[in-house]
Design a protein around this ligand. Structure first.
Ligand code: NAI
Ligand code: MG
Length: 505
C-alpha cells in the first residue's frame, strides 16, 4: 500500500468530499507508485475559495514587508530541501536529476526575487498639471487568486504563480497538475512549516475540469493565473472575458524555432539545437521543434546534428549520465508517436533520426519515446510544422535568405521563444526586430529563462505577463489618487471650477 496524501485548505490537511483518490506513478517506471491523491471537485474548490476569502482581509492588512517575511521563510526551508525535492521532481515528472534540481533552484530564485522586491516601490508619483495637486498611483491586491499550473515545472511555475500574488496581499487557491500531485503536496508542506497564516495559501489536487474549472467560474475568485495548453488557456480567457470583473494571465505553449545562418559557428548551432529540441524530452513551452538552416550549411549542420542525436543517452531520470528521461504521461506518448507517424507518412519528409523505441528492455515499463528528427522543405499546408508536439520531435528546414527564414519563423500562430545562431550582429538584430516572440537568444538554446527577466509570449502563446515583476499586473489593480493641497479647487485642461458663473454671487 502506498500513502494517501491530502488537500491543504485553511491550514489543515483534508480529504476531498468525493471520497475519491487518484494515483501518481513514476513515468520512467509506471510500476512505482508515488502515492494516492485527493480527487477534488467543485465542493472542495468552494471550501478552498471560502478559506482564501476569509483570510484575505487580515493578510492584506499586514505590510508588504511583513508578508514578504513569510515568503523568506518558505525560501529558507526550500533551500534546505533542494536535493530531496529535486529528486522527487525527477521521479514524478521524469526530468533528469540536474533538471529536477534546477526546477527547485528556479523556485528558490523566484522566492528570493519576490521577497527582495517587497522593499521596492510598486506605485509611482505622477506630476499633476495643477501645481497644488499631488497625484500618485497606488496598487491594491485583486483579492483571491486561482493559480492553475502544469506538470513540466512542478515546483518552479507554482512558485512563480504563488509567491508574488501573496506578497501583493492576495490569498491563493492552487490547483496543481494532475500528473505531479506529490510535488504539490511536498511544496505545501514547506508553506505549512513556514507558518503562513491559515487560509492564505490553499491547494486542491485533481483533474482540470473537476477542480480547475470551478475556480475559473467562481464569483469569489478575482484573478486567474494559468500556464498550460493553448486549448485550456483560450477557454479560460473566454470564460473570464464574459465575467467582466475578473483578471487573468495565461501562458501557453509555442512552436519555437532556432535560426542557423550561413556564417554560424557550427559547434554552437548544433549544441543549441540539440539542447532546445531534446532537453526535458522536448516538453518545455520554450522547446524548439523547428530548426531553420541556411541552404549553404544545412548539409553540414544536418550531419552533425544527426550524429549528436544518435548518441543522446535516454533512460531513467535518476540514473547517472542521462540526458533525457521519459514523457510525462500516456497522452504525451500517444500524441508524440502520432505526430512522428504522420511525418513518416509524408512524402515530403526525410526522416533523419528515429529512436522512438530505441530503449532497453529494462525500461519496458516506462513512457519512453526517443529523439526524432526529419528534414523537410517548409510548406504552409503541413500541419506538423505549425502544431505543438511537446515531445522530442524536430523539423530541420532549409531557407535561402534571412527574409525567408523570418517569414517561416512567423508563419505559426504561436510566438514564445526563439534563438538565432550567427556570427553576424546585423542578422541577430534583424531577428530581434522582426521575429514575433517574447523571448529571444543569440548563440544560445531557446530554453533557460532566468526569473528576473520577463517571461511570456505574443500571439497564441499568451498574454506575456506570466512571471517576475510583470505578474504584479495580473494580481493587483491600480488606483490613480490625486490630493489637492489648496483651499481653492482648480481643474486640469482649463475646465472652469466656477459654479456660480453668471449668478449674482
Ligand atoms: P492542460 O492545459 O490540460 O493542463 C494544465 C493545467 O490546467 C493542469 O493543472 C490541468 O489540470 C488544468 N486544466 C485542464 N483543463 C482545465 C479546465 N477546463 N479548467 C481549468 N483548468 C484546467 O495541459 P496538459 O493536458 O497537461 O498537456 C496538454 C498539452 O498542453 C501538452 O501536450 C502541451 O502541448 C501543452 N502544455 C504546455 C505547457 C507549457 O509549458 N506552456 C505545459 C503543459 C502542457
Ligand atoms: Mg489536459
Amino acid at each position: 500500500m502506498t500513502d494517501t496524501y491530502k488537500n491543504y485548505i485553511d491550514g489543515e490537511w483534508v480529504t476531498a468530499r468525493s471520497g475519491e483518490t487518484f494515483e501518481s506513478v513514476e513515468p520512467a517506471d509506471t510500476d512505482r507508485v508515488l502515492g494516492q491523491f485527493q480527487r477534488s471537485t467543485e465542493e472542495d474548490a468552494q471550501r478552498a475559495i471560502e478559506a482564501a476569502n476569509e483570510a484575505q482581509e487580515q493578510w492584506q492588512s499586514l505590510s508588504r514587508i511583513d508578508r514578504a517575511a513569510y515568503i523568506e521563510e518558505v525560501f529558507k526551508i526550500l533551500e534546505q530541501r533542494t536535493d530531496e525535492l529535486g529528486e522527487l521532481v525527477s521521479r514524478e515528472c521524469g526530468k533528469e536529476l540536474s533538471e529536477g534540481k534546477a526546477d527547485v533552484v528556479e523556485a528558490i530564485h523566484m522566492l528570493q526575487y519576490a521577497f527582495g522586491n517587497a522593499r521596492q516601490p510598486t506605485g509611482e508619483v505622477v506630476e499633476s498639471e495643477i501645481p497644488a495637486k499631488d497625484s500618485y498611483v497606488h496598487r491594491q491586491p485583486a483579492g483571491v487568486v486561482a493559480s492553475i499550473t502544469p506538470w513540466n515545472f512542478p515546483i518552479a511555475i507554482p512558485i512563480w504563480l504563488i509567491a508574488i500574488p501573496l506578497i501583493e496581499g492576495n490569498t491563493v487557491v492552487w490547483k496543481p497538475a494532475e500528473q505531479t500531485p506529490k510535488c504539490a503536496v511536498k511544496l505545501m508542506e514547506v508553506f505549512d512549516e513556514a507558518g503562513i497564516p491559515d487560509g492564505v495559501i490553499n491547494m486542491i489536487t485533481g483533474y482540470g475540469e473537476d477542480s480547475g474549472a470551478p475556480l475559473v467560474s467562481s464569483n469569489d475568485v478575482d484573478s486567474v493565473l494559468f500556464t498550460g495548453s493553448a486549448k485550456v488557456g483560450q477557454m479560460i480567457q473566454k470564460d473570464v472575458a464574459v465575467q467582466g470583473d475578473k483578471q487573468c494571465a495565461c501562458e501557453m505553449g509555442g512552436k519555437n524555432a532556432i535560426i542557423v545562418t550561413e556564417d554560424a559557428d557550427m559547434d554552437i548551432a548544433v549544441h543549441s539545437a540539440i539542447m532546445s529540441a531534446y532537453k526535458t524530452t522536448g516538453q518545455r513551452c520554450v522547446s524548439a521543434e523547428r530548426v531553420l538552416v541556411h541552404e549553404d550549411v544545412i548539409d553540414e549542420f544536418q550531419q552533425r546534428f544527426v550524429s549528436a542525436a544518435e548518441k543522446i543517452n535516454y533512460g531513467h531520470p535518476v540514473e547517472d549520465d542521462v540526458f533525457m528521461g521519459p514523457l510525462v504521461d500516456d497522452a504525451q506518448v500517444e500524441k508524440t508517436k502520432e505526430w512522428n507517424q504522420r511525418v513518416r507518412d509524408l512524402d515530403a519528409a526525410e526522416v533523419l533520426v528515429d529512436r522512438e523505441t530505441d530503449i532497453g528492455e529494462e525500461h519496458a515499463d516506462g513512457r519512453f519515446v526517443g529523439p526524432f528528427a526529419y528534414r523537410i522543405e517548409y510548406d504552409d499546408d503541413i500541419d506538423v510544422l505549425h502544431e505543438e508536439v511537446f515531445g522530442p520531435h524536430v523539423a530541420i528546414m532549409p531557407y535561402s535568405d534571412l527574409d525567408e527564414a523570418i517569414e517561416i519563423h512567423n508563419s505559426v500562430e504561436y510566438g514564445l521563444a526563439m534563438a538565432i545562431c550567427t556570427e553576424d550582429y546585423r542578422k541577430a538584430r534583424r531577428a530581434r526586430q522582426d521575429c514575433e516572440v517574447g523571448l529571444g537568444y543569440v548563440n544560445l538554446p531557446s530554453i533557460g529563462a532566468e526569473v528576473h527577466l520577463p517571461f511570456g509570449g505574443v500571439k497564441k502563446s499568451g498574454s506575456g505577463i506570466a512571471s517576475g515583476k510583470d505578474i504584479i499586473r495580473a494580481v493587483t489593480h491600480r488606483k490613480a489618487w490625486t490630493v489637492n493641497n489648496e483651499k481653492d479647487i482648480e481643474m486640469a485642461q482649463g475646465l472652469s471650477a466656477d459654479i456660480f458663473r453668471g449668478s449674482d454671487e
